[in-house]
Design a binder for this molecule. Structure first.
Ligand SMILES: [Zn+2]
Length: 87
């Protein structure tokens, strides 16, 4: 869309400009509740190893967290826990 592509990202921590896309397990925590999100895309600074999360990704994780959390509060849907069937 715009022609102002900010391709020259700089690591605010070390000033490096070499980054790599990685996928990690991100542990989201909120008021003592946790949600482990595998395959979370992050950007890794190759110079200092700092990990940066994309704002949209974090929003999505938050959204999912609250969706799950709210479902957990709904006894009707949660009471029917499937008995573990590992045949
Ligand atoms: Zn860095």
């Amino acid at each position: 869309m715009g022609d102002e592509e900010t391709k020259k990202a700089q690591c605010p921590f070390c000033g490096g400009d070499r980054f790599e896309e990685e996928r990690i397990e991100y542990l989201y925590s909120y008021e003592g509740k946790y949600l482990l999100v595998p395959n979370t895309p992050v950007t890794l600074c190759l110079d200092c190893g700092m990990i940066y999360y994309d704002g949209a990704v974090l929003e999505e994780i938050e959204r999912r967290f609250f969706a799950i959390y709210q479902n957990a509060e709904e006894p009707d849907s949660y009471i029917r826990l499937p008995t573990t069937v590992y045949a």
